[in-house]
Design a binder for this molecule. Structure first.
Ligand code: PRP
Length: 223
């Protein structure tokens, strides 16, 4: 890896896992952070990172031992996922992560929570939620590409907890997070795990991720 490339800040939080900073991952982030990247490429390369995040997230789900027969008449001692899962996307931007989850988990159930950050105050507003009826019995992969102040994700976790989901069964997947947002989130949501693609330098004075990539939802869906 070139010495010049900026890598993620190392996680000092036990509940936060940063995806391995491989040259491939950094090259993908370089494309989506570039202000000159057009929408088609932004979507394609974001989807690549989302797939990597989902694959990492699945490593954090519980498994049990299972023995299977092989065609050579010798059994294989393997592993099997234990427990039911579902995805929950924080709309709008989190919906972009749904396909990556579906690609890995066939016919996975997906709930939605619509939270929008007030453009003036950056405070999250909850508008809508529709979640699987048995969500309290499932592991929840919470999907939102950006963790800036942490407000939106905290609001979403509060909704999940109010439905009976134990914090220990929530896994929050995001592409880019800030140290400030993580600090706030881990204090407000003890027990919830975070899988992030990159911890950026900081939250800037406008409450945007810096260097970040701008507004993920706008770049993925609109511009
Ligand atoms: C963005 C982003 C997160 C949130 C992060 O969404 O997708 O949901 O802000 O910021 P926070 O950590 O400070 O809460 P936004 O509210 O802009 O809506 P969008 O998904 O429609 O783009």
């Amino acid at each position: 890896m070139s010495k010049a490339a900026t890598l993620s800040i190392t996680s000092k939080w036990p509940e936060v896992t940063v995806v391995s900073q491989t040259p491939q991952l950094i090259a993908l982030f370089t494309i989506i952070r570039d202000v000159n990247t057009k929408r088609g490429d932004f979507v394609f390369y974001s989807d690549r990172i989302i797939r990597i995040l989902v694959e990492e997230g699945l490593n954090h789900l519980p498994v049990k031992d299972i023995e299977v027969p092989t065609p050579t008449d010798v059994t294989y001692d393997g592993l099997q996922f234990e427990g039911k899962i579902c995805g929950v996307s924080i709309m709008r931007a989190g919906e972009a992560m749904e396909q990556g989850l579906r690609d890995c988990c066939r016919s996975v159930r997906i709930g939605k929570i619509l939270i929008q950050r007030d453009e003036e105050t950056a405070e999250p507003k909850l508008f809508y939620e529709k979640l699987p009826a048995d969500i309290k019995d499932r592991y929840v992969l919470l999907l939102d590409p950006m963790l800036a102040t942490g407000g939106s994700a905290i609001t979403a976790v509060e909704v999940l907890i109010s439905k009976g989901v134990p914090a220990e069964r929530i896994l929050f997947l995001n592409l880019i997070s800030t140290p400030e947002g993580i600090e706030t989130f881990v204090k407000a949501c003890p027990g919830v795990k975070i899988i992030t693609g990159f911890i950026d330098k900081c939250l800037n004075e406008k409450k945007f991720v810096s260097p970040g990539l701008g507004d993920f939802g706008d770049r993925y869906y609109c511009i």
